[in-house]
Design a protein around this ligand. Structure first.
Ligand SMILES: C[S@@+](CC[C@H](N)C(=O)[O-])C[C@H]1O[C@@H](n2cnc3c(N)ncnc32)[C@H](O)[C@@H]1O
Length: 378
């Protein structure tokens, strides 16, 4: 990623360096120095040179090789200080010259090059920089991100960390994201933050209008498009929407439908929360998947966020039913993430009651929902 001539590792868009600290190095001189060190055949001597380099990080006045001396803007490279130091320490801990040189070469190639996949901006050569990206299937997120335009005013919204994490893994800067159940606009706010273009479809005009107003309050540094469409996701003419923006497809589909009738979102019969039974709900959800799928680029991802429900003494595995609906439509299931529910205000008041009911009724109180990732076939 380039910005005003300075080469940044892509972690800089991830809010990491503020926490960990960065160092700006002269890339060419650093690579040259590492080349020289690699030529050394005695382990102790090699380690002493690495130790000297490590000292430069904490004491820049010892910088005899000008590693921190930036002569041209093109040579500037920012690195995460903690990761760089730990890589030097790994070399220092090596027991053989071959192992030390292996770590040294790995460090050098991570400074020299960038290796990304087609679906995100993660530099795989510097994968250690991305510890803010979750790769486990259990997400325990205590706090909702309430910064910027995220206000949490909407009953039934998801926490901003969900679209944030998904977009970092499955989109690149400038990609297009479609959220077919936009609600309060959480996805589009995150789109603005991460420099992704976002389209959102929401049935309820009042909710859509409020979402629009709030999304506009979020800064738009990358000048991306964030468009809210008031329509029924099952039938909306997505092609017309894409044509308006001169694109043919989107690179990520986010679907966070109502969890059937757990929250009634409107009186509108087209609203999935008004489906008269589970079968009808699944049919409506399937129609929404059918309507959006042709416009998702091949081999890109659909993220489904859904929870289960409890009706008349029976646990209804809504999440798995919806998963089946997506799988039937030419998608490969890539992950099922279990995410904790944060404590909502309503639940806190009723917590004791629910615990009592659970003990009496022989069930467990819901504490999780699912984030399911599917890849569209080629
Ligand atoms: C679970 S909420 C999504 C919340 C959203 N992720 C957020 O963070 O605010 C589901 C949304 O889908 C909307 N909805 C229900 N049926 C719809 C349909 N047929 N087409 C479009 N939107 C629909 C509801 O009005 C509701 O806002």
């Amino acid at each position: 990623m380039k910005n005003k001539g300075i080469e940044y590792s892509s972690f800089e868009s991830l809010d990491v360096p503020q926490l960990c600290g960065i160092i700006i190095v002269n890339k060419e001189r650093l690579v040259h120095l590492l080349d020289n060190i690699e030529g050394i055949e005695r382990l102790n001597l090699l380690k002493s040179k690495i130790m000297a380099l490590k000292d430069v990080i904490s004491c820049p006045t010892n910088d005899e090789n000008g590693v921190l001396n930036i002569d041209t803007i093109e040579n500037k490279l920012s690195l995460r200080k903690d990761v760089f130091v730990s890589e030097l320490e790994q070399i220092l801990e090596s027991h053989t010259i071959n192992r030390a040189k292996y770590y040294l070469r790995r460090l050098k190639s991570s400074i020299r090059g960038v290796k990304t996949s087609n679906i995100n901006d993660i530099n795989l050569l510097r994968w250690k920089d991305y510890d803010c990206i979750i790769t486990d299937s259990l997400w325990v997120l205590d706090k909702r991100d309430t910064s910027g335009a995220h206000l949490a005013w909407y009953w039934g919204n998801f926490i901003p960390q969900i679209p944030h994490q998904i977009m970092l893994r499955y989109t690149r800067k400038g990609d297009w994201v479609l959220d077919t159940f936009l609600g309060s606009g959480t996805t589009l706010i995150e789109c603005r933050r991460l420099g992704r273009n976002g389209l959102g479809i929401e049935l309820n005009p009042k909710v859509a209008q409020k979402a629009k107003d709030i999304i506009e309050q979020e800064r738009n540094i990358d000048n991306v498009v964030t468009d809210v469409i008031i329509d029924d996701s099952k039938r909306a003419n997505i092609n017309t929407v894409l044509e308006k923006h001169k694109i043919k497809c989107v690179q990520l589909l986010i679907m966070h439908p109502p969890y059937h009738d757990i929250v009634k979102f409107s009186e509108d019969q087209r609203d999935l929360s008004n489906a008269e039974n589970i079968e009808k709900f699944l049919q409506m959800f399937g129609d929404a998947v059918d309507n959006a799928t042709p416009f998702l680029e091949k081999e890109r991802y659909l993220a489904l966020i859904i929870g289960d429900k409890y009706t008349k003494g029976e646990w209804i595995p809504l999440g798995f039913y919806c998963m089946n609906e997506v799988s039937k439509r030419g998608y490969t299931l890539k992950s099922i993430i279990v995410k904790n529910f944060e404590e909502t205000r309503g639940k806190r008041n009723q917590k004791e009651l629910w615990r009592y009911r659970a003990l009496v009724g022989g069930f467990y109180v819901f504490k999780h929902e699912y984030i399911m990732l599917f890849k569209k076939s080629a």
